[in-house]
Design a protein around this ligand. Structure first.
Ligand SMILES: NC(=O)C1=CN([C@@H]2O[C@H](COP(=O)(O)OP(=O)(O)OC[C@H]3O[C@@H](n4cnc5c(N)ncnc54)[C@H](O)[C@@H]3O)[C@@H](O)[C@H]2O)[C@@H](O)CC1
Ligand SMILES: [K+]
Length: 214
């Protein structure tokens, strides 16, 4: 399986958005659509009650697109936002406004995760930069202890995308939808216990200038 480092992944995202000119909200929509499709076609997941665990960056933004697509297809879905919304990324803010239009229910830190059949891990992706603590660690540990299965977006939160090390604590997912390429750390020995079944989603991120037209 072809893999990239976290830095390479971020460079490819940056090139796609800032040099090639595909707007980041378009990429986020495509990511959310693919992840939604991975989830609805994954027989391992029971989507009768879904909780989106959203950080305030763009990984959380992907999670909010999934929340909206589930809601507009009549799935029962709620959102738990973790972190300071005042520091949310611009795309996350836009996605939250769309979720507000659809009045997708919000729950808080005291939510009982055992009420849900599937948790979507959208806490951190390629932006993870230090060990996980505080509310993020509480939510990750509570998710892992819950009866619900977990579908992770891009990288199981807390897993180091380069080394596969656990940064304090990390989500143990049933399945992971990773964007464009798997990240190097996700294929290291032992990482499979965190990623579960891996889906690699092509969302139009730059992959090179040569095309095979045969
Ligand atoms: N439209 C886009 O820009 C795209 C975004 N994508 C998604 O965006 C993700 C990357 O998004 P971001 O760069 O916003 O980063 P993340 O959403 O991964 O992280 C959010 C923020 O969390 C903070 N943080 C890092 N480590 C922390 C810790 N231990 N405790 C508390 N806070 C911490 C950082 O300030 C970081 O900016 C990808 O993994 C992918 O899911 C992809 O869908 C590709 C396209
Ligand atoms: K994640």
């Amino acid at each position: 399986m072809q893999t990239v480092s976290v830095a390479e992944s971020r460079q490819l995202d940056d090139k796609t958005i800032n040099q090639i000119g595909i707007p980041s909200m378009v990429l986020m929509e495509r990511a959310g659509l693919k992840i939604y499709e991975d989830m609805v076609h994954n027989a391992d997941l029971d989507l009768s009650r879904v909780l989106i665990l959203a950080g305030t960056g763009n990984n959380g933004g992907d999670g909010l697109v999934v929340a909206r697509l589930l809601a507009t297809h009549n799935y029962n879905v709620s959102i738990l936002t973790v972190g300071n919304p005042d520091h949310a990324s611009p795309d996350h803010v836009n996605q939250q406004k769309i979720c507000d239009y659809y009045q997708i229910p919000k729950v808080f830190m005291n939510a009982d995760f055992n009420q849900y059949t599937t948790l979507v891990d959208a806490l951190f992706g390629s932006g993870l930069s230090r060990n996980v603590g505080g509310d993020f660690a509480t939510v990750i540990d509570k998710a892992n202890a819950a009866t619900a299965k977990i579908h992770a977006i891009d990288i199981p939160s807390g897993l180091n995308g380069d080394t596969g090390e656990v940064m304090g604590t990390a989500i143990k997912a049933t399945s992971t939808s990773t964007i464009a390429y798997a990240k190097q750390g996700m294929v290291k020995a032992g990482a499979n216990a965190y990623t579960g079944k891996l889906f690699v989603d092509d969302i139009g991120i730059y992959k090179g200038d040569t095309f095979d037209n045969e």
